[in-house]
Design a protein around this ligand. Structure first.
Ligand SMILES: *[C@@H]1O[C@H](CO)[C@@H](O)[C@H](O)[C@H]1NC(C)=O
Ligand SMILES: *[C@@H]1O[C@H](CO)[C@@H](O)[C@H](O)[C@H]1NC(C)=O
Length: 516
């Protein structure tokens, strides 16, 4: 019974792949990979994959697109894909970055997801090129056991394939997996497989057809803390009076194995290497140079355990949460700082202004699940538009602060699943008429003027109405605030003292206050 089913399965699959080939018989499928080397770095909680592909064109037409395939389950955790190509010969080589874009292909086998690398120069028939590809996975090390005590090591599972998933035939391939220590509990063998120290080698494997896959599972010790920022809201406020104010609100969680049992601080402090080895003790934030007025606080108040080091090229802020974070523990805090505006605000060729600022999270080695960047433009700004080097969600909001009449336009940009490598720059363009800079001072001046006029008018009205000591006190208070009206004060004093309706006590106190 089992054999026929399997036979039809294979038949169906062959038919399916045949159909796939016919449907998409583009020049892409004339490519093959003569040599592939993959190095997987699983030493921190961000898994880094370096892939070197030697791609050859065996077809008759030139092509400039190379596809990368990923299993659908891993694409959600794929934070970034970058591709570089070496240019030049021998010693004078330079790396050139290539465009990489997610691509949908119809009838992808097993729901595989694709990225297309666009070559700078088309690959002619019979030619070959070597591509360097880097991609990063977040949330790809699964703690196992999921809960550990304070003195236990953190062990994790890593799942992948011994063979590189590719839409192309691969002639020869090797995969190396680097673990943080030589403590490896177990690993799947797909011969030839070797382990030496902190490295496991899969391969070399020869002549594997497209979409070959061979699942592997590695169980090893990884005591690095897993700092995950569940949510980060970065607010960047532009003030044309020369300052850029940045406020960052973090919700940080330790994404490693959950802490089990009670926490003993004595144990933690007396044996720091054994106790809470995977706990999160401090974080490093890389801020721009010339940063000033830095603060670091949470809902209780200022946290004093932070150190700022600055030089001409960067600033580093080392922060320590109030308590060490164990697996599953959370901390929320705010980091704020000011920056000189002229380092970040420029004028574009079409007379618009633009802000050029870093996009990602300044904390090193952290994964950000959700990032919201809000750029608060000065009041009176028009036609805002954001330029971000990768796909993001965007919308506009309005924010009111002191002295705002129409409110400030806020450009909101959101992105999920980020790693620090994506700390690239983004720009927000807008138009602004310098006359609006005068709006606030003018408003202040007119407000004071109106207040002054009102005060004078009030005094005059009061003189004409012969009553009410209570109001008299009010007036005196008002006059004391505005010093220059000394004459009105003395006028008033006379009136008040000669007013028979006033109770004596009130008179005394008002005299005292005026004398002071
Ligand atoms: C907060 O702590 C820092 C030290 O890290 C100190 O420089 C700063 O003045 C403190 N701010 C307030 C408002 O207490
Ligand atoms: C933004 O700033 C970065 C770093 O200073 C620079 O490399 C980049 O060219 C700037 N982008 C624009 C559009 O000015």
């Amino acid at each position: 019974m089992e054999v026929p089913i399997r036979a039809t399965g294979i038949l169906g699959f062959t038919f399916f792949s045949l159909l796939f080939f016919i449907c998409t018989s583009s020049p892409l499928h004339n490519l093959f990979i003569s040599n592939a080397e993959r190095r997987i770095d699983a030493t921190s909680h961000i898994v880094k994959v370096y892939l070197t592909l030697k791609v050859e064109n065996a077809g008759s037409t030139p092509t400039s697109e190379v596809l990368l395939a990923f299993p659908p389950t891993r694409v959600d955790h794929l934070a970034t894909v970058e591709a570089l190509v070496t240019k030049g010969k021998r010693k004078k080589t330079t790396l050139v970055r290539l465009d990489v874009k997610p691509t949908e292909l119809p009838d992808a086998p097993n729901g595989a997801k694709y990225f297309t690398i666009y070559l700078a120069n088309p690959l002619n028939s019979g030619e070959s090129t070597t591509l360097e590809v880097l991609y990063l996975f977040t949330h790809s090390l699964e703690p196992f056991p999921a809960e550990i005590g304070q003195s236990e090591s953190q062990l994790v599972h890593y799942r992948d394939s011994a063979l590189i998933l590719s839409p192309y035939h691969i002639k020869q391939q090797t995969t190396f997996i680097k673990t943080p220590s030589s403590k490896v509990e177990s690993f799947t063998r797909v011969e030839p497989t070797n382990r030496a120290g902190t490295e496991i080698k899969y391969g070399p494997y020869e002549d594997r057809p497209p979409y070959s896959f061979s699942p592997i599972l590695i169980h090893f010790e990884n005591n690095s803390p897993f700092p995950v920022v569940e949510e980060l809201v970065r607010e960047v406020e532009i003030s044309h009076w020369g300052n850029l104010q940045v406020t960052e609100q973090y919700t940080l969680v330790h994404g490693g194995a959950r802490h089990k049992g009670v926490f003993s601080r004595v144990d933690f402090q007396s044996r720091p290497t054994l106790s809470g080895a995977s706990s999160l003790r401090h974080l490093l934030a890389r801020l721009p140079p010339r940063v000033h007025s830095v603060y670091y606080r949470d809902e209780i108040g200022n946290i004093s355990s932070s150190h700022l080091r600055t030089d001409s090229r960067k600033s580093e802020l080392e922060i320590e949460p109030r308590y060490p974070l164990f697996g599953g523990w959370k901390a929320t805090f705010v980091i704020g700082y000011g920056l000189p505006l002229q380092d970040f605000l420029f004028e574009s060729s079409d007379d618009r202004r633009y802000l050029n600022f870093t996009f990602g999270c300044p904390l090193l080695e952290t994964v950000v699940d959700k990032l919201t960047v809000k750029v608060v433009l000065p009041e009176g700004s028009k036609d805002p538009s954001a330029v971000v080097p990768f796909p993001v969600d965007q919308h506009l909001e309005t924010k009111y602060s002191y002295l705002d009449v129409v409110g400030r336009t806020v450009v909101v940009v959101e992105k999920k699943n980020l790693v620090p490598v994506q700390n690239s720059h983004f720009q927000v363009y807008y138009t602004f008429k310098p006359i609006f800079m005068l709006a606030e001072p003018l408003m202040l001046a007119s407000a004071f003027f109106l207040f002054f006029v009102a005060c004078v008018a009030y005094l005059h009205i009061d003189l004409s109405i012969p009553m009410l000591s209570v109001r008299g006190v009010n007036i005196r208070y008002g006059c004391a605030k505005i010093k220059p009206i000394s004459k009105c004060v003395s006028d008033m004093k006379e009136t008040k003292l000669s007013d028979p309706a006033d109770p004596p006590a009130m008179n005394d106190s008002s005299n005292r206050s005026l004398g002071g």
